[in-house]
Design a protein around this ligand. Structure first.
Ligand code: TTP
Ligand code: MG
Length: 352
């Protein structure tokens, strides 16, 4: 594998930082996103001031309240975070042509080529952080390394407001003293299993033979063996997810009966929705396509201010879009509905 330089960006306390930027009176205070407190729910994220008290993402709000009674609880404004995320990634794409968005506030870019134009790759990281700061007022952390794993560890270690680079020659001295649990993919359970085997640091992990690791962890043992040596050959690549998902149908004969067309549209919508669910995706955009009897084809789009996979919301939107598009003539030959602006929804908190 030829040498690469990979940059990882992760915004600091993203949702909380947006709220603090919006209302500077919150600066320096423990801020918890997720609420309102009397409803059941979990912490989406919290400011670093709240983390001192042990508050963490995905923790029940009641627990957060107990740990940090003085925290300021703010219900999330998801549409706003999404919008700011779009701004951040628009900037992100300006720094490299090889970019991979991995969540609402996190992504990788391959800067092997771009680095040739700067004294150090760190300059790219610094410029990126500044660009984000100037256009959003938000703090971010950047890690740079010879691969994705090292870049991610580098950005997370010195959070918040980190800018950290690890070169090939520094790899061993950087990794060895760290807890094995900093390796992405080693969760609580694996961490405990490793502890049982006397493995705490990456150095400990490195001292185990490949055979032993495979014996203990199966196929993952091989992965751990490589990771302990700072080896990670995953490429930075754009989403493999589709850009859009939809369904369309051509009628046996051209239709102008609105009720009939609407019921066809409803079943197409359900079909497209099933495809969305199957791929575990959500959408915030929808396009209606209509081809008339004379093959003239039109497309009308609508935006949804948040990602959703809710059938009812999508059905209502589709119906409204159709009603505002089709006046009852001319006869329709083909109709289709497409969900675009897709994203995985794993990080979307329940409260939205
Ligand atoms: P993270 O990057 O994991 O967290 P963060 O940006 O808040 O804090 P850090 O400085 O440690 O990076 O997630 C990004 C956003 O995604 C976060 O601000 C809120 C949301 N999120 C949830 O809603 N639920 C969750 O369980 C997690 C982990 C994140
Ligand atoms: Mg983050």
């Amino acid at each position: 594998m030829e040498k690469r330089i990979v940059l990882h960006l992760d915004m600091d306390a993203f949702f909380a930082s947006v709220e603090i930027h919006k209302n500077p009176a919150l600066k320096g205070k423990p801020v918890v996103i997720g609420g309102p407190i009397e409803k059941r729910g979990v912490v989406s994220t919290c400011s670093y001031e709240a983390r001192v008290y042990g508050v963490r993402s995905a923790m029940p709000l009641m627990t957060a309240k107990r740990l940090c009674p003085d925290a300021i609880f703010i219900p999330g404004d998801y549409a706003l975070y999404r919008e700011i995320s779009d701004t951040i990634f628009t900037l992100f794409h300006q720094f490299s042509s090889q970019v991979e968005e991995t969540s609402i506030d996190e992504g990788y870019m391959d800067i092997t080529e771009e680095s040739l134009h700067f004294p150090s790759p760190l300059d790219i990281g610094r410029k990126l952080k500044q660009a984000i700061w100037h256009s959003t007022g938000l703090p971010s952390s950047v890690g740079i390394g010879p691969n994705k794993m090292v870049a991610k560890i580098a950005s997370s270690l010195k959070k918040p407001n980190a800018l950290c680079m690890v070169t090939e020659t520094e790899l061993d001295t950087f990794l060895e003293p760290l807890d094995a649990a900093v390796i992405p993919g080693i969760g609580k359970v694996t961490e405990q299993e490793m502890a049982r085997l006397g493995i705490k640091t990456i150095k400990d992990l490195k001292e185990r033979s490949l055979q032993e690791l495979i014996h203990e962890f199966g196929a993952r043992g091989f992965l751990f063996y490589n990771q302990a040596r700072g080896v990670d050959n995953r490429k930075v690549e754009g989403r493999s997810s589709p850009k859009s998902i939809g369904a369309e149908t051509t009628f046996d004969e051209d239709l102008y009966d609105i009720t009939l067309i609407e019921s066809n549209l409803a079943s197409l919508l359900e079909k497209a929705h099933r495809r969305l669910m199957k791929r575990n995706l959500k959408t915030r955009g929808m396009t209606l396509k209509i081809r008339y009897f004379d093959f003239k084809t039109i497309a009308r789009s609508t935006n949804i201010p948040f990602y959703t996979n809710d059938l009812e919301i999508l059905s209502t939107r589709a119906k409204t879009l159709f009603e505002s598009t089709y006046p009852g003539y001319p006869p329709i030959r083909l109709i289709g509905i497409t969900f675009d602006r897709l994203n995985d929804g794993w990080w979307q908190p329940n409260l939205f």
